[in-house]
Design a protein around this ligand. Structure first.
Ligand code: TYM
Length: 343
């Protein structure tokens, strides 16, 4: 069975958006809208798997939407919406909760990291999170999902859920003439020099919204001074940049900053090393800061401008949700019938 190529991705409105979200995800969403049907979601239902203050959640939801738009996503072309407006995500997630196995969820490293020693006392939603993520993707029968490296395991699970649904319900799917495979086996798009941006304080830790140190990440709303200051203060080893890209091995901080430069310049780490190999941090860091400020500065300004206009943002999310719902409902009409629900 061939599926129409369709891109879906999502970002949680659960804290400050940072450079990792931008380089690993948002920036890569933009060119795809010229080649694919694209659906970009603000996954507010995922965010509440851990406590969110309701007012903060509303603000953060609008902030992710403004980041999409400020980065260059055209909401007339791509669909931009917040997840909770399209209830078909939750409906399909329930079916997937009954297809997926608890053992699959318990194996998720993100669940283990987030739950820590407290796994009996986290929300049930946090455990079932990957099932909702599979529903986000498959309710649109999306074929491609651009994400950072940390989402790889969740996407493997999405493939497992699709395959098990297709298999468990194979007869019902065939009886209804819905083809051999009802859901596609989605391809993750994890590529480029910025699939895993690390903390500016510790090159072995991922840059993350939940790191208590604000110095560890560049926020998309940081002004030019803050961006330059954080890059200047970023932890590095004392040696100059290596002469070859292999020389970055075992030097996580250097590797991270070179990767950030490469991603911001649409080039490869090898090319950055060809330009800066042998040079010291006193040369490289100001060049990196200049690149970062040139790109993130105008985007942050645009986000700050857009976020004031909540009426326009909410109208974009509402329009996107209507278009998303039409696709999602068509899938659910078939799913209900495949599973055996009477309507
Ligand atoms: P979230 O909100 O944690 O992150 C959003 C996107 O940013 C990427 N990312 C990074 N990339 C590179 N370096 C980093 N340090 C870094 N930190 C985050 C993430 O990989 C992601 O692409 N479960 C998802 C949200 C989600 C989703 C989906 C994604 C829900 N449903 C369906 C794709 C498809 C999450 O928590 O992303």
């Amino acid at each position: 069975m061939t599926f129409t190529p369709r891109v879906f991705s999502g970002i949680q409105p659960s804290g400050d958006l940072h450079l990792g979200n931008y380089l690993g995800a948002i920036r890569r969403f933009v060119p795809l809208q010229d080649t694919h049907d694209c659906i970009y979601c603000v996954v507010d239902m995922h965010a509440i798997t851990v406590w969110q203050d309701p007012d903060d959640l509303r603000r953060a939801t609008r902030e992710v939407a403004t980041a999409y738009i400020a980065a260059g996503i055209d909401p007339k072309k791509a669909i931009v919406f917040n997840q909770s407006q399209v209830m078909q995500h939750a409906e399909l997630a329930w079916v997937f909760n009954c297809v997926a196995r608890i053992g699959w969820m318990n194996r998720m490293t993100q669940f283990k990291d987030k739950a820590g020693k407290n796994s009996e006392n986290v929300s049930l939603g946090l455990l079932a999170y990957p099932s909702l993520m599979a529903a986000d993707i498959l309710v649109y029968k999306a074929t491609h999902v651009p994400v950072g490296d940390d989402q790889k395991q969740h996407l493997e699970l999405t493939r497992d859920i699709a395959a098990k649904f297709n298999n468990d319900y194979a007869k019902s799917i065939a009886d209804r003439g819905l083809g051999e495979d009802f859901f596609p086996i989605t391809e993750p798009l994890i590529a480029g020099p910025a699939t895993r941006i690390m903390s500016l304080r510790d090159g072995t830790k991922k840059m993350s919204k939940s790191d208590p140190s604000d110095q560890s990440r560049i926020s998309l709303l940081d002004d030019a001074d803050a961006i330059a200051r954080k890059i200047k203060k970023a932890t590095t080893d004392p040696a100059p940049l290596p002469e070859t890209v292999e020389g970055l091995l075992g030097r996580p901080e250097a590797d991270n900053l070179v990767g950030i430069y490469a991603a911001l310049s649409d080039t490869s780490k090898a090319q950055v090393i060809a330009e800066f190999g042998g040079k010291g941090w006193g040369i490289f860091k100001p060049a990196l800061a200049e690149r970062a400020v040139a790109q993130l500065g105008p985007m942050g300004d645009e986000m700050r401008r857009l976020i004031e206009d909540t009426t326009t943002i909410d109208a974009i999310l509402h329009d996107g949700a209507e278009r998303a719902r039409a696709i999602a409902e068509a899938t659910m009409v078939d799913v209900r019938s495949i599973v055996g629900f009477i309507r």
